[in-house]
Design a protein around this ligand. Sequence first.
Ligand code: ADP
Ligand code: MG
Length: 571
Amino acid sequence: LNSRETLGFQTEVSKLLQLMIHSLYSNPEIFLRELVSNASDAADKLRFEALSDASLLADDPELGIWLEVDSEAGTITLRDNGIGMSRDEVVRNLGTIARSGTAEFLNNLSGDQKQDSQLIGQFGVGFYSAFVVADRVALTTRRAGLPADQGVRWESAGEGEFSVETVDVPQRGTSITLHLREASKEFADEWRLRGIIRKYAEHIALPVHLRQPAPAAAEGETQAAAEWEVVNQAKALWTRPRTEVKDDEYQAFYKHIAHDFDDPLAWSHNKVEGKLEYTSLLYVPGRAPFDLYQRDGARGLKLYVQRVFIRDDAEQFLPMYLRFIKGVVDSADLPLNVSRELLQSSDVIDSMKSALTKRALDMIARLADDTSEAGAQTYAKFHAAFGQVLKEGVAEDHANQGKVARLLRFASSTTGEGAPVVSLADYVGRLKEGQDTIYYLTADNYTTASQSPHLELFRRKGVEVLLLTDRIDEWMMSYLTEFDGKPFQHIGKGLVDLSKIAGDEADAAPEVSEAQSRQAEAVVQRLQAVLAERVKEVRTTSRLSESPTCLVLDAFDPGFQMRQLMEAAGQ
Ligand code: ADP
Ligand code: MG
């Protein structure tokens, strides 16, 4: 199968390509970030494989990226001596999108270019972004360990199909040539490229060599050879002291590891020394990835051991409910040949996990504590994206339950709006005299909750009630029994006694005459007879002032949301 063949892109790729070309025209230089990012990943993978087979590196041990321009031909060539690809890998990696949920993601696109270009960033643009600036892309590659005659040439105009053929490639690694579109010829310029590299590749641990054009020869002199110049620091960002790393470098590094288009909301960079030695750099993304709720969605930290890349998806360093956190952890204690099994059961991992969990929660708490207007907006954005996932932590992480609960925000009966802005600490700070309980109500949505008859008594007394409307809330509340020493009570369950809470005299329940009680008793008995099959008990109440009746659950009954969930599950 050495012959040349022409293959069609997987439908998803074609769709993505179209979308990308249209979405990224305002930010075309992204292609360089993506290609450099891939070259850096390829170097990481090679170093990793060389741990068990040193010969892979031996003949060409200085890993790097070489970037070269031919302004006459209008091409850019980017070469790396990383892991490279076999023919099969080329077809798979550059002809399909293997990520689960891709089709679903594409179906969710609106067709509105502005909105969709936001989404495409969330998906990660990757290699195909080359077609934003190029109308033809040619790639030659050879996988480390394969002989020279097992090289591969891949070529495509980005329009539905690509060709592959087996060719001789003298060096290990990948070389990509972009034939620039007329409108993108500006990129065939060393100065321009140097600027982009400085912006997007400063944090890459790999040197980026840029070929300088040879100075024009003066009369009578021989033409000098072109020279290669390294244009970045080529030092792993997390190994540099915090004070020396600029914000935009942290942001660029985030985009590299998270495949995100937008800036992160926060980061936390720490070097830990002592019994355990490691460096961590954690980020809070600005929005949820499309696969946040998919069982096999991408998660985990990028794990390095003594600066050698080990894996992309080390899930063992953070609990599930913090799966949206991105970052790097570089350990000095783990062995280079650390296995999955070791990751799963090791004291080192356990203590790193609990420390990293605290760091992540503290980083989020700092966001939450910024009460400036901009800070509040940022936190609202964070909470809209990840509040639901954090709620899993209330159940999952008993040790940090209080810390997680502190980060949650709810709607409340007193704010007059559906936006979740009230923290449990806010609520506790506003307790009425004599109130020692945090009252809440669950419902399908804010409108239903805020119109609930159960609120009447609370409104009369001026007592705040949290309105919980996420599907996960009832389940979460079955784990959350107290906050700051104050118990929770669902106001639609069991008996509610507000008599100890100071309220206005005028608002007290009206006196009931003996005649009224007798009348009421007769109504209760008739209702009891009619509803005998459907309710446990009918009783009079002082909790209502406007609505004639309401439904109350027993204190330990599952709530309405839970019932729906249980019924849906066939119980
Ligand atoms: P991602 O980097 O998110 O996996 P890309 O679209 O950027 O997605 O790249 C797709 C795949 O192609 C990569 O996962 C990798 O396997 C392969 N690839 C791309 N560029 C290179 C390269 N320079 N060397 C080796 N493999 C590469
Ligand atoms: Mg990539």
